[in-house]
Design a protein around this ligand. Structure first.
Ligand SMILES: Cc1cc2nc3c(=O)[nH]c(=O)nc-3n(C[C@H](O)[C@H](O)[C@H](O)COP(=O)(O)O)c2cc1C
Length: 314
């Protein structure tokens, strides 16, 4: 099918990957309760407030199960199986709604990416991983212009954000298709998502090409399967009601972030708690509990006689 000479969809990725596990999704969806948009962030206590050093897991049951070893390189295993295992187990993943513009400034692109995270604070770097042997529109624009915006996906525009993953030709903008509104940036030429509570204007920092272990091209060389890109935030935009007075901490209650899981699964973050980091080890090693652990631990019999010999790592 063509539109103005462009291929509308090179191939139906979804049919190949089979992310949707349901034969009749509309029927499954109809059987489920409505989304509770009034539900809000309510912090509970940490799962086990009585936890002490050495206690390990606070709930039993884990020890009753046999572990299955899965070799990702096994001859009877596919890349798609590894993909499904990875996206359903590295959960929850934050979602970056990435906006880019083509080098000639004519094509505006918007797409979601969940192989996304923070990398460093100085400079403030984010990672994005773009998959496929060919660069998708977002990656091509980002490499050509050195710019993108990242908007964090919240529950009030999840469906629109998901829709921007439509495999449309470069000249057809996902902005209009999704109904999301571009907001002009201060530094970069790309707009960020007006609906988002948190967005970052970013500039390209560095890239790393990832080569296939299973597929080679006609010359016998491994094909590209992904490009890891680091981008530097050069301006943050945070909704006034979402940030504290010091402009440090974003309120989860306001952000209502959506995470991506396996298959076609998404989720919210309404249940949470605060669990303090351990005290400094120099403090801990004076406590009865830690002294007892150290007295019986194999580390002690492995040559460390005195608990003062433990290196400070904080
Ligand atoms: C929630 C979500 C997360 C996604 N994460 C990624 C990702 O991390 N990397 C990737 O290459 N594609 C990812 N995709 C698929 C891209 O969004 C999709 O291929 C999109 O069409 C790329 O757009 P573009 O060609 O306009 O750049 C994701 C899709 C969804 C819906």
């Amino acid at each position: 099918m063509t539109l103005d000479g462009d291929t509308v969809e090179a191939y139906d990725k979804e049919a190949l990957v089979k992310r949707n596990p349901h034969v009749d999704f509309p029927a499954v969806e109809a059987s489920r309760p409505d989304y509770d948009g009034l539900r809000s962030w309510i912090p509970s206590k940490t799962p086990n407030p009585k936890w002490q050093p050495g206690d390990g897991a606070s709930r039993s049951g884990w020890e009753q199960h046999r572990m299955i070893a899965i070799d990702p390189d096994s001859h009877d295993r596919t890349v798609n199986q590894n993909y499904k295992l990875m996206i359903s187990s590295t959960v929850p993943r934050p979602i970056a709604l990435v906006s880019t513009v083509s080098a000639d400034g004519l094509c505006r692109n918007l797409a979601p990416f969940s192989y996304f995270n923070n990398v460093s604070n100085d400079p403030p770097l984010y990672s994005l991983a773009f998959h496929g042997a060919e660069a998708n529109d977002s990656l091509r624009n980002l490499l050509e212009t050195g710019e993108c915006c990242i908007s964090i996906v919240s529950d009030w525009f999840l469906e629109a954000a998901n829709f921007t993953s439509v495999n449309s030709p470069p000249k057809i903008s996902e902005w209009e298709l999704s109904g999301l509104h571009p907001k002009a940036s201060d530094i970069v030429k790309v707009s960020y998502v007006g609906e988002a509570a948190v967005s970052m204007e970013c500039q390209l920092h560095s890239t790393q090409t990832i080569w296939s272990k299973t597929v080679v091209d006609d010359d016998g060389k491994p094909i590209r399967t992904a490009t890891l890109v680091l981008v530097e935030a050069v301006m943050f935009h945070v909704r006034e009601d979402a940030i504290d007075e010091k402009r440090e901490t974003v309120d989860t209650k306001v952000l209502r972030p959506v995470w991506r899981g396996g298959g076609i699964m998404y989720g919210t973050c309404f249940d949470g708690w605060e669990t303090p980091r351990p005290d400094a080890f120099r403090v801990l090693r004076g406590t009865q509990r830690v002294l007892e652990i150290l007295a019986t631990s194999s580390h002690v019999s492995n040559g460390v006689k005195d608990t003062n010999d433990y290196q400070e790592i904080e």
